[in-house]
Design a protein around this ligand. Structure first.
Ligand code: FAD
Ligand code: ZN
Length: 468
């Protein structure tokens, strides 16, 4: 072990190696503090060549490697186990923007580039990099690609997978695959780069990527609409899509309970509607054309929706500050939940047409299984993706409720499967859902995944214990 540590130090220098347990602690647990590991060391290479050298050494010594970006993942994918034998490979020092190409509309960045910095680099070139999520101030593009992150603009721009044109990967044996092509069209066999997207660090280490840029919108129009039920929200989605086309960029559902927690734990929160309603949708349009035409489109489509009784009340942001305040309602939900206590979290997707029925049926089954539980449902309705979280009954024991997690999650996941859905829409499997997925994927799918894993990582050193 000591010899391995000294060889790692020789590769990455003192600045790139953490060996003291106390210093390594922040890298040994996840964002939710649900998993705790004990790494042999945290290794922080500063270049692709250093990553390659570290991987060569790990392949030679059969040392397990846990890649880590911003460590905001929600499934324990970036947390080492407790053996003291795995290294955490922290990519954050690889954070350069290598190139911005405004003719090809691409940006080439290293894996450790923080998502918000990438967005800013695109904005500085009058372009948009559309991936956007509440963790954008700390998550990194390598982590976003490895979890195929979604977020709030998927409705219009797709998820991380859709934004990717080229990839640089250090393989499990330390070789560097330079696939940094920015081509829009390339039909020369298997699309290898996509294998690494959503692989959660189990197939190789992403070190850099070429990503798509879009024209920077000149105008945004944001509104909060109140509705009676999720079914009305689905109808509103169709109505907005018909009236606004692909200018509809965001469509986020939030239940009244979610907003009440935001108001409780973020005292500065001001709800812009006079009366409380059962459900809310945060919607956003964006366009490269003028703000006036966009505002008019939003006002017209929303007033049609309220005349027909679909929308009960609505507030349209009149300034950037008001738009930011509306987005804060949505983006503060994850943290408000943390302050409220422990919940059982799910990240499911079902066909959009079946979302309302899914919520009704799952709510009813859960109430039967555990009377009094409180559902925190919110998410990217436009993508059929719900964060379906459950809190313990008011006044009831949180411990007893959490101890029953497996049974309650089973209800949520089985319902998703019954409705033709997925048990992980955007957060991935990590170690959290690694066992659970065996119940829902066919044995043939699992076999194909294992064969790919063996082909790319025959020694099984890439993030063992995750996904498969
Ligand atoms: P990490 O947590 O560091 O790693 C995630 C996984 O990727 C791990 O398995 C790790 O081993 C692997 N990995 C990391 N970097 C590399 C690399 N360079 N090469 C190979 N493997 C690597 N997700 C969404 O999709 N949509 C949301 O709206 C959303 N909202 C969130 C809101 C909050 C407040 C938080 C905390 C999380 C949210 N997430 C969301 C979870 C999301 O997965 C992460 O925020 C993000 O995509 C992970 O990036 P990261 O750099 O933090 O990755
Ligand atoms: Zn989400």
């Amino acid at each position: 072990m000591i010899q391995l540590l000294e060889r790692l130090r020789a590769l990455v220098g003192d600045a790139g190696l953490i060996t003291e347990a106390q210093d390594a602690a922040p890298y040994a647990t996840d964002w939710r503090k649900r998993y705790f590991g004990r790494p042999l060391a945290v290794v922080k290479p500063a270049s692709t060549q250093e990553v390659a050298a570290v991987m060569q050494l790990c392949a030679e010594t059969r040392t397990a490697v846990v890649p880590q970006g911003g460590n905001t993942g929600l499934c324990g994918g970036a947390t080492p186990d407790a053996s003291g034998a795995q290294i955490v490979l922290k990519l954050s020092r690889l954070n350069r923007v290598r190139a911005v190409d405004t003719v090809n509309n691409t940006i080439t960045v290293e894996a450790g580039c923080v998502l918000a910095d990438l967005q800013q680099a695109a904005a500085a070139a009058e372009r948009l990099f559309p991936l956007s999520l509440a963790a954008e101030g700390s998550c990194e593009i390598g982590g976003n690609l490895s979890t195929n992150a979604g977020g709030t603009a998927v409705l219009r721009y797709g998820n991380a997978r859709d934004l990717l044109l080229g990839l640089e990967v250090v393989l499990a044996d330390g070789r560097i695959w330079d696939g940094l092509r920015g081509l829009r069209k390339d039909n020369t066999g298997y699309d290898l780069k996509q294998l690494f997207v959503g692989a959660e660090g189990t197939l190789g280490v992403i070190t850099a990527a070429v990503l798509k840029l879009y024209p920077r919108p000149r105008a945004r129009a944001t509104a909060l609409a109140a509705l009676e039920s999720p079914a009305k929200a689905v109808q509103l989605l169709s109505h907005m899509q018909a009236g606004c086309g692909d200018r509809l960029t965001g469509f986020e559902l939030m239940s009244a309970f979610c907003l009440s927690l935001v108001a409780k734990h973020f005292p500065a929160t001001r709800l812009p509607l006079a009366q409380a309603h059962a459900q809310y949708v945060l919607l956003e349009l964006s366009d490269t054309a003028s703000a006036e035409s966009l505002d008019a489109t939003l006002e017209n489509t929303l007033s049609e929706a309220s005349e027909s009784g679909l929308v009960l009340d609505a507030a349209v942001a009149a300034s950037e500050a008001q738009a930011a305040a509306l987005w804060a309602l949505r983006e503060n939900i994850p943290e408000a939940q943390v302050h409220e206590g422990k919940q059982i979290k799910h990240d499911v997707s079902v066909p959009i047409s079946r979302i309302a029925e899914y919520i009704a049926v799952t709510d009813a089954e859960l109430q039967r299984a555990f009377p009094g539980v409180r559902m925190l449902t919110f998410g990217h309705l436009g993508d059929g993706n719900l964060h379906y979280n459950i809190a313990h009954p008011e006044g009831g024991s949180e411990e007893a409720f959490i101890a029953d997690s497996a049974r309650l999650s089973r209800v949520v996941h089985d319902c998703a499967a019954r409705f033709g859905g997925s048990i992980s829409a955007e957060h991935g499997l990590g170690q959290y859902k690694r066992g659970e997925i065996l119940r829902y994927k066919s044995s043939l799918e699992m076999e194909l995944m294992r064969r790919i894993k063996t082909a790319l990582d025959p020694q099984g050193i890439m993030n063992p214990g995750k996904v498969l």
